[in-house]
Structures are given as C-alpha cells and as structure tokens.
Design a protein around this ligand. Structure first.
Ligand code: TRP
Ligand code: SF4
Length: 358
C-alpha cells in the first residue's frame, strides 16, 4: 500500500509528539480499504483500535461515539467525521451521536434551545443526507436526555481532581468543568447496563483532542471498580486546512464551504482558493505545482476523488507542470457544485426522517 505523501506529511511530527503519550500508528488501511480516510493516512493514529477491528471482523457489537458542538454551519471539515460515522454504521457499530448543546451554551453562549435547533437543522439533517440512517442510532441532546446519563455524569465529579482538569484544560472555570465531565459521560455511558452494555468503543477525533481522550480513559479506568466497562479507544485524524491556508473554522466563512452553500458562492470560493501553484505560468510549467500545499488538491484528497489511481494522476500531472491551476480549480469547482446540488436534494428528503428521529 502506497500512501499519498501529502497525507503523511506531518505524521512523523505527530508521532514524535504523541509517542510519549502512547498513541499508536494507524495501520488498518489495508484491512479496511473501503475507508478512504484510513486508506490515505488521514486517520494516522489510534488508541485501542485493535478491539474495534476485531469486533468488525467478527461481527461483534461495539460503539462509535462522537459529538458536535452546534455553533454554526456544517462544512466539509465536519463531513470527514460524518463520513467516518457512516462507515462505522455500515460496519455494524452502535452509533452514539451527541448534540453538544450544553457545551455550546456554556462555552459559546448559544442558548440550549437555539443549539438544539442548529443541531437538528445543520448537523443531523446533513448526516442523514450523507447516508446516516436511524439503524442502531442513538442521538441525544446533552441538556435533555435519559435520567441515567445525567446521574452518571454528575457522579463523575468524584472521579477526577481539579489538578487533573487543570493539567488538561489550563485555565478552569465551572463551565469548563461541567463541559468536560459531560463529554466524558458522552463517551462512557453507552457501556452502562441501561444502554448498550460493556463493549469496545471508538471515538474518532482530531489530532488535538487527545487530552480529552486520555482524561476520559483515566476516569473510565477508575470507574472499573463499580462498572464493568472497556476503556474507550480513539482514532486520530488530520484536519483539513482552510481554503485560504490556515485553520478551517466555522467562524471564518472564507475558510470553508458549507454543505448548504449555494453553487455560485461555492464556485467562487474554489476559484479563489489558495493553491500550490507558482508565481507565473512559465514557472509552473517548468517546476510543476505543489499539491501538498494546495487546498484544491486537499478537496480531491479528502472528498472529491475516491479513486486512488485518478487522484495519483492529478498529483502527477500537477507536479509535472502539465496541469495548470486554472483548469484544475475549474474541475474542482464543478465537482463541488455537483456534490452540493445532489446533497441539497437529499437534505429535503432527510427532513422527514429527522422529524421521526427527534
Ligand atoms: N467537544 C466536542 C466539540 O467541541 C463535542 C463533543 C461533545 C464530543 N461530546 C463529545 C466529541 C463526545 C467527541 C465525543 O465539538
Ligand atoms: Fe493545486 Fe491543481 Fe494547481 Fe496543482 S494544478 S497546485 S493541484 S490547483
């Protein structure tokens, strides 16, 4: 298996960074070649994924849990997690999907009801349009859920010290303490007898989320005295960069394309995206482009070109200088617009299903 060098650019750095914390290299791309993010090294690290791989292979039950803070538009950066979730659902997972509206309320001052509305209209509707179904799906709001979850969360206060929380979150206030305990409850509660019971659990997260995961695993290991549970595991993925370089962030509309974006605006964003092109046409023909620094290529790599050979062809043509950025951006814009038009039709259908789930 050959990895695209663009994808693995930072893995060595990450590995060095994480070695001391015991994150392992993710080597399941060959075992599960139908997962683009695994196959291309976008998911580069894990904790305890072996148990999940076994559960998938032996058709044994397991949990995939993730949560999203409802704070704005859902964009292509979020789609990566949604796609993974759908992959897990198609591979037998019990899906635990949380609308983190308490966290949004405490950390971003978004009213809990407003957060619910955003969570439904943005996230849940898009997830279903992308292919998530109600099969083995447990969707909840942090503010408003099963009593056992709330009781469990409250009891976690006794299983962690203030110093531990400070070590993870730095400056601490009551809002961060409550958010972090709630997140730990989100991840662990599915294994309680009132829910799915003991089983391996995976949380797909961005590379920067490991402190939460370690904290949650520490809490889980202390709980084992009272509860028969597995330590939750995780996979770590690389984030997409913003369309202008830098961070892709919900608070900067120029940095992302939303899944509800209209075609004209999406096309404009692609056509003005930061590329890995050279200063002049002449130079680009001579030196070739730099796909590893190009947000257009990144879109192909994460989302738009699923066929590895086709992607490799684009990369080669770019590097050889035979493909130029104008043409390449136009191709990308066409693919994005096509995708968005289809997706937005599917959103209309998804709305009925959303009502049923809620
Ligand atoms: N804190 C996450 C965010 O900022 C949201 C979240 C809440 C979450 N509970 C979770 C993520 C459980 C993973 C698992 O988006
Ligand atoms: Fe990026 Fe395409 Fe230009 Fe290469 S040719 S740098 S992939 S836009």
């Amino acid at each position: 298996m050959k990895f695209d060098p663009w994808a693995v650019k930072d893995v060595d750095n990450y590995s060095k960074l994480f070695k001391e914390f015991g994150i392992e290299r993710f080597k399941y791309g060959e075992k599960f070649p139908d997962n683009r993010y695994f196959r291309r090294g976008i998911v580069f690290g894990h904790r305890d994924f072996g148990k999940i791989a076994q559960a998938i292979e032996n058709k044994k039950p397991y949990i995939m849990i993730t949560g999203l803070m409802p704070s704005g538009k859902m964009h292509f950066g979020h789609k990566m997690v949604a796609d993974q979730m759908i992959w897990y659902q198609n591979h037998g997972a019990n899906i635990y999907l949380c609308c983190a509206n308490l966290e949004a309320c405490l950390m971003r001052d978004i009213d809990a009801e407003e957060g619910k509305k955003l969570g439904i209209e943005e996230y849940l509707t898009n997830y279903l349009a992308l292919g998530l179904t109600s099969k083995n799906l447990n969707f909840w709001f942090q503010t408003d859920y099963d009593m056992h979850y709330h009781q469990f969360r409250d009891k976690l206060a006794k299983r962690v010290t203030l110093n531990e929380l400070k070590a993870v979150y730095g400056d601490l206030g009551p809002e961060k303490i409550l958010s972090s305990l709630t997140q730990a409850a989100d991840i662990i509660h599915g294994q309680l007898p009132e829910f799915s019971g003991k089983m391996p659990t995976v949380v797909p997260v961005g590379a920067d989320q490991d402190p939460h995961i370690r904290l949650t695993r520490d809490i889980a290991s202390r709980l084992r005295q009272w509860h028969d549970i597995e330590l939750p595991g995780a996979t770590f993925h690389r984030f997409m960069e913003g369309m202008q370089g830098g961070k892709m962030s919900s608070s900067d509309p120029k940095s992302y394309i939303a899944l509800t974006e209209d075609s004209a605006s999406a096309r404009k964003k692609v056509m003005s995206a930061r590329t890995g092109g050279r200063e002049s046409l002449e130079q680009q023909k001579k030196l070739g482009g730099r796909p590893e620094e190009c947000s257009v290529y990144q879109f192909y790599h994460y989302h738009l070109i699923d066929d590895d050979k086709e992607l490799e062809e684009v990369r080669k043509q770019c590097k050889s200088g035979s493909l130029l950025c104008g043409e390449c951006k136009k191709k990308c814009a066409d693919l994005v617009v096509n995708f968005l038009e289809e997706h937005q039709k599917k959103r209309q259908k998804a709305k009925k299903e959303v009502k049923r789930i809620i």
